[in-house]
Design a protein around this ligand. Structure first.
Ligand SMILES: Cc1ncc(C[n+]2csc(CCOP(=O)(O)OP(=O)(O)O)c2C)c(N)n1
Ligand SMILES: [Mg+2]
Length: 584
């Protein structure tokens, strides 16, 4: 046991020297017993010794500069591994800093456990003003899937077991585990401690769909004239990669990957309809959602995007929805064939029902899509071939696209507005779970936390394509990247501001406009400050050279790619969601 301590025998006592353990040791042993080998966190009172002892017990302890980044790291580690990512924070302010990541994880269905130390219950509950006093459990509850507190060392095993089950079973999500400072030094006979721990059996049980639900779905799919499959990040999470590919290929149905489902099949696959998205959504008659929700990212399944007459009108589609949550169906429009179960079990049941003789969709539909795709791909190729000075998003991302193509195992982290939207549409992904981004909320700040975790979990090179604003939310973690010597190449698409950098103060006052930053900021020097490689790139050739070198050397690298400050658009692709922009 990593964390056991020995207590000296008391003089005159007859019993042999008793091996003892304590709260610190039990937390570490419980995590290790469940195959959790990494903690992302930021230590301090009361969890400093927990971090030290975890490292001494052979766990990887990755310390960050801000808890939100540690939390984002834990969340994406959970997405990548199907094991809950652990984020460890101190009380009140540290806990609150981690809470945004916990809420974001829950929204995105990433399994993570936020473990926070907390202050003395007796003082907190009487509000007597303890050091970092806060009723953390109450605050965490509405923002996560489950929240628990452990008061006695002998309950640590149960607490960790419950947290693990809550995080990964059913629809995964964020879990809060409150460990008051007084818990850690509580000592316990080591043997009793060992017996109190639980190795969780089957933490995420398969959920097999009902045969009649599968039949209903297949009957609907079979009658379709213009079928479409939409793959969401739930499909990517399931790791049922081979079956998902078989489902697409054996049915011959065109598919659209949501952002983090890109690469489940290579984006260059002939059935990929991404380049004809605005054609296939309104035209499809039967749509099968696989681990994708009909939220804002899919215009709630209605409106003009889906061929509805007005913004709230339903189109004519009929929907099949494969989802682990029985509550998901009918959230926005009618779901004609819900298939409830884990994506892997559902897809394998669908495949069994499909057999080998499934008729391909009508050629008319496939040809119409191919035609749109061809036109749009040609148009894009033309734009990408241009070489303007200064660089724009297209000419810079054309380089990233080539580098990712040459390094399909590299993981791409991506955030920003234009920096996000252009990267998503220009950079093809070739393998599952290689694209990690802002997810359901479109949240800024995931960049460096995701990059650190991706490198730690996979040991593959990581390319983080960042808007200059987006980068600022987690930029201090370049020190973390250097400290752990991680193979992360940050590419900042630097257009001097949020969306663009050419706005002026409307009344000509001394303050700059609210959406712009210091012009020509030298972000690369931040990486140099900590011993990494900084590059100022003003041409595609310079960018290519620096990226190739970063991937070859695996050295922490930050490339400041200078982009035309007038190249972006307001809110990137979601200008329509911005109330003030709408008035214009
Ligand atoms: C936590 C959070 N705060 C604020 C925003 C609003 N927001 C959306 S995109 C963005 C930054 C866009 O600028 P940049 O990253 O430089 O990308 P660009 O469009 O300039 O390429 C901001 C602040 C957000 N999405 N999340
Ligand atoms: Mg910008």
């Amino acid at each position: 046991m990593g964390g056991t301590v020995s207590e000296p025998q008391i003089a005159g006592e007859a019993k042999p020297m008793q091996e003892m353990t304590d709260g610190f040791g039990l937390v570490i042993d419980a995590l290790k017993l469940n195959g959790i080998d990494t903690i992302f966190g930021l230590p301090g009172i009361p969890i400093s010794d927990l971090a030290r002892k975890a490292q001494a017990a052979g766990m990887r302890v990755i310390s960050f500069r801000h808890e939100q980044n540690a939390g984002n790291a834990a969340a994406i580690a959970g997405f990548m591994t199907q094991k809950p990512g652990i984020c460890l924070t101190v009380s009140a302010p540290g806990f609150l800093n981690g809470l945004t990541a916990l809420a974001n994880a829950t929204t995105n269905c990433f399994p993570m456990i936020l473990i926070s130390g907390s202050s003395e219950r007796e003082i907190v509950d009487l509000q007597q003003g303890d050091y970092e006093e806060m009723d953390q459990l109450a605050i965490a509850k509405p923002l996560c899937k489950a929240a628990y507190r452990v008061l006695h060392a002998e309950d640590i095993g149960v607490g960790i077991a419950r947290a693990i089950r809550a995080a990964v079973s059913g629809r995964p999500g964020g879990v809060y585990l409150d460990l008051p400072g007084k818990l850690f030094p509580q000592s316990l006979d080591a043997e009793a401690g060992r017996r109190s721990l639980i190795r969780v059996v089957d933490p995420a049980p398969r959920q097999i769909p009902a045969p009649e639900a599968v039949q209903r779905a297949l009957a609907l799919l079979k009658g379709a004239r213009r079928p479409l499959v939409i793959l969401g990040k739930g499909a990517a999470y399931s790791q049922a990669d081979a079956d998902i590919r078989a489902l697409i290929e054996r049915t011959g149905i065109p598919y659209l990957p949501m952002s983090m489902a890109k690469g489940l099949l290579p984006d260059t696959h002939e059935q990929c309809a991404s380049a004809a998205r605005s054609f296939v959504l309104p035209e499809a008659d039967v749509v099968m959602l696989v681990g994708a929700r009909l939220n804002w990212l899919l215009s709630h399944g209605k409106g003009k995007t889906w061929g509805g007459k007005g913004s709230r009108d339903w189109g004519g589609q009929r929907f099949i929805q494969v989802d682990i949550s029985p509550q998901e169906a009918d959230s926005n429009v009618r779901i004609d064939a819900p298939v409830v179960g884990d994506v892997g079990s559902c897809v394998s049941a669908l495949l069994a029902g499909i057999g080998s003789g499934w008729p391909k969709p009508p050629a008319e539909w496939l040809n119409a899509i191919a035609e749109r795709k061809g036109k749009n791909v040609a148009k894009m190729a033309e734009t990408l071939a241009k070489n303007p000075a200064p660089m724009n998003f297209h000419s810079a991302l054309n380089v990233v696209r080539d580098v990712v193509k040459a390094n399909p195992d590299a993981i791409l982290v991506n955030e920003g507005a234009n920096a996000l939207d252009f990267t998503r549409s220009i950079v093809d992904m070739y393998k599952p779970r290689k694209r990690l981004d802002v997810g359901t909320w479109g949240v800024m700040g995931i960049g460096m936390g995701f990059a650190v975790a991706a490198a730690v979990v996979s040991d593959q090179p990581v390319i983080a394509v960042e808007g200059d604003s987006a980068f600022g939310f987690s930029g201090m973690e370049v020190e973390t990247i250097c400290r752990y010597n991680l193979p992360v190449c940050v590419v900042i698409l630097n257009n001097n501001g949020v969306y663009r950098g050419d706005e002026k103060n409307p009344i000509g006052g001394r303050d700059p406009a609210p959406m712009v930053f210091v012009k020509d900021a030298r972000y690369e020097k931040l990486m140099e400050a900590f011993g990494g490689v900084g590059v100022h790139a003003t041409t595609p050739a310079e960018l290519r050279k620096a990226m190739d070198e970063a991937i070859r050397s695996r050295r922490p690298t930050l490339i400041n790619a200078v982009i035309d400050e007038a190249a972006g658009t307001e809110s990137g692709r979601i200008t329509n969601l911005n109330p003030s922009a709408k008035k214009k």
